[in-house]
Write a protein of this length. Sequence first.
Length: 101
Amino acid sequence: MRTGLLCCAMLCVSACTFVKLAPGAKQVLVLRAAPVGCEARGEVAVSVTHKVGFYERSETQVRDELETLARNEAPASAANRISPLGPAEDGNQRWAMWRCR
């Protein structure tokens, strides 16, 4: 009985998105590579829960949440573009922030 309830709870949690896009981050664009002619505004490391017990969350969902967290951080550095510095690993990822005209 407990195992069944635990499984149901994990399935419900896995469908949830816990990270919401902040109002100031809506204008931040995501680039796949470093842009040319833009000012570097620093880097940010973001992380989300990628595993709940023995259950691993969807790779796509984790990647989307990491991107959203990075976009949320960009306005504090006056950045309007972000680009990944490498792939996501175990719910962690580093991003470069850019200010482009």
